[in-house]
Write a protein that binds this ligand. Structure first.
Ligand SMILES: Cc1cc2nc3c(=O)[nH]c(=O)nc-3n(C[C@H](O)[C@H](O)[C@H](O)COP(=O)(O)O)c2cc1C
Ligand SMILES: O=C(O)C(=O)c1ccccc1
Length: 339
């Protein structure tokens, strides 16, 4: 791993309450998928193209994936993340410890709002209105969480609630009910996606698609984009690594909407591999939390700077091109990742 990212992770682990470190670091079940998300990238190689002249990368194809409770990592919480997010898209978690309006006000770039559809449709609608009023430019509906993941580390610590003084601020005083509502998971349907689309003119993304047939349905239901994700190994400990599910979704979507990949992205090389396999961009989860815990806004900036620098270097080495035929599965010599 890049030594700067390793150092930030080490520092985060050292400064965080072990209960909170485990909340951020942990996964569901035996944490097989948690490990696989990173391991799968290490099983992939790239055949660079040569003699392509000098190509400069114009964009940094990175989003900050939505993660809950940033004030557990640093007192500035999501304000620090938002300030550091310049040059990326910040997908702000509905479970933020700073209200979405304040997150958007602190950001210099686009902020998208991540939503868990709530059992009470009025609460869901109120959250959408909060995101719109705050100035969010897209909605990202998480669809991989019909129920909470069972995180053994949290269970072992008895970690179920935020400490006193911290709250999921977007849930405050919702729909006439004073005080805080608990975030609930719900098993909703494509009709709810249609309802959300008719409720708002914001572009609607779905996050947590792995099956190609669901990607086809998502396009049919008019989504603006798809995030291929297994929630960083926190929901179902039976899925493949996120990057292994990517080519199937990319093929099913056939260019009709952008596909973003999150889970296990830890280097510029990982970003390049995901793009070669057809992703438009990648999302970064835990590394941002480690930067935040280690050094607030500056720490998050360092994480993004390292990834940007590595990505640009890899791209320069590859003649500015990243296509699927360049990807080889290590130990097999097979290129093209199933054609
Ligand atoms: C501590 C933590 C909290 C998370 N909270 C949310 C959340 O509120 N909403 C959501 O859609 N995904 C959430 N996720 C999943 C991330 O958006 C993302 O899918 C995952 O972390 C990506 O994997 P990575 O951490 O390996 O980069 C969370 C992940 C972590 C680690
Ligand atoms: O921990 C998570 O992965 C997550 O998505 C979440 C959702 C709501 C509240 C806290 C965490």
């Amino acid at each position: 791993m890049n030594p700067v990212l390793a150092e930030l992770h080490d520092k985060a682990r050292a400064v965080l309450d072990p209960v909170h470190y485990d909340f951020f670091a942990g996964g569901v079940g035996d944490e097989v998928v948690l490990a696989e998300n990173e391991a799968a990238f290490l099983r992939l190689a790239l055949l660079p193209r040569v003699l392509r002249g000098k190509k400069v990368s114009d964009a940094f194809p990175v989003l900050i994936s939505p993660t809950a409770f940033h004030k557990l990592a640093h007192p500035d919480g999501e304000l620090a993340t938002a300030r550091a997010a310049a040059g990326t898209i910040l997908v702000s978690s509905m479970a933020s410890t700073v209200p979405i309006a304040d997150v958007v006000a602190a950001a210099t770039g686009p902020v998208w709002f991540q939503l868990y559809v709530q059992p009470d449709p009025e609460v869901t609608q109120a959250l959408v209105r909060r995101a719109e009023r705050a100035g969010c430019t897209a909605l990202v509906v998480t669809v991989d969480s019909p129920v909470f993941g069972r995180h053994r580390r949290d269970i072992a610590h008895g970690f179920h609630d935020l400490p006193a003084g911290l709250a999921a601020e977007n849930m405050r005083d919702l729909h006439g009910v004073p005080g805080l509502r608990k975030i609930e998971m719900s098993a909703f349907s494509w009709e709810d996606i249609d309802r959300l689309r008719s409720m708002t003119s914001l572009p609607l993304w779905v996050k947590g698609v792995l099956h190609p047939a669901d990607a086809v349905l998502a396009v049919a239901h008019g989504v603006a984009g798809i995030v291929v994700s297994n929630h960083g190994g926190r929901q179902l400990d039976l899925t493949p690594a996120a990057v292994e599910a990517l080519p199937g979704v990319v093929d099913a979507v056939a260019g009709r909407v952008p596909v973003v990949l999150d889970g296990g992205v830890r280097s510029g090389g990982d970003i390049a591999l995901a793009l070669a396999l057809g992703a438009s961009a990648v999302g970064i989860g835990r590394p941002v939390l480690w930067g935040l815990a280690a050094d607030g806004e500056a720490g998050v900036r360092r994480v993004l700077d390292v990834l940007r620098d590595e990505y640009e270097h890899v791209l320069a080495m590859c003649g500015g091109e990243l296509t699927r035929d360049m990807v080889v599965v290590r130990g097999t010599g097979v290129s093209g990742w199933r054609g």
